[in-house]
Design a protein. Structure first.
Length: 221
């Protein structure tokens, strides 16, 4: 699909909302002294998914001494970070695992650090190092991938303006999910990088002379 010169120039002003997350859900075992640590790492898209993952892992290891956790969901100012020491001394479990997530530059990830007590206390410093190492090992095994935050849109456009809409969609790196043909025109169900959504709406209004209608949906990841 060709893109006009004026469209190509606008492309450089569009910044995608990219973020790094884990590639897969994994579990890593890590012996520390007489204790046994297990890192469970999950890819999540919301706080609800993070909480469900933590509940599932904690239930699976309900006989463990502790099931501490940390998670981060979202990007920028809207990011949500939570952590719990799960009855370990304050700041020795959840915080170092959250620091591992932050240090790795990741989001949309939950980590559960499970500890089985081996009869020998690790001390405050030992616990901090152990939980951090536990999270780091799990995150390293889970791998890293870059994704883009997308905004879901529905563009209602007359048949004779569909070509212009498709060109503008291509400029901002949008993707078409579905096209519905109706008696009055076309409904283009699509998604575009979050930071490009407002620009696309303006450009569609411009090139179609206000004939197309853009409806925003929920954010997709």
């Amino acid at each position: 699909m060709s893109v006009g010169t004026h469209c190509a120039k606008r492309m450089v002003t569009v910044m995608n909302d990219r973020y790094d997350t884990v590639r897969r859900t994994v579990r890593v075992k890590l012996p520390v002294g007489a204790c046994r640590f297990i890192a469970s790492v999950g890819r999540v898209n919301s706080e609800e998914e993070a909480k469900a993952f933590i509940e599932e892992v904690s239930g699976e290891f309900s006989d463990a001494t502790h099931n501490a956790f940390a998670y981060k969901v979202g990007v920028g100012d809207g990011a949500v970070c939570r952590q719990s020491d799960a009855a370990e001394p304050a700041g020795t479990a959840g915080a170092p695992m959250l620091q591992a997530i932050e240090h790795a530059g990741l989001t949309n990830v939950a980590v559960v650090g499970t500890r089985y007590f081996g009869g020998v206390k690790l001390g405050i410093g030992g616990l901090v190092r152990a939980y951090r190492a536990c999270a780091e090992a799990g995150l390293a095994e889970a791998g890293k991938k870059t994704e883009i935050c997308y905004e879901a849109l529905c563009v209602q456009v007359p048949y004779d303006e569909m070509g212009a809409v498709m060109r503008e969609l291509a400029v901002v790196g949008g993707e078409v999910d579905k096209i519905d043909y109706t008696a009055d025109g076309v409904n283009v169900i699509c998604r575009v990088p979050l930071n490009a959504a407002a620009l696309l709406k303006e450009q569609i209004a411009d090139v179609t002379r206000g004939k197309a209608k853009v409806e925003f949906g929920h954010t997709k990841r």
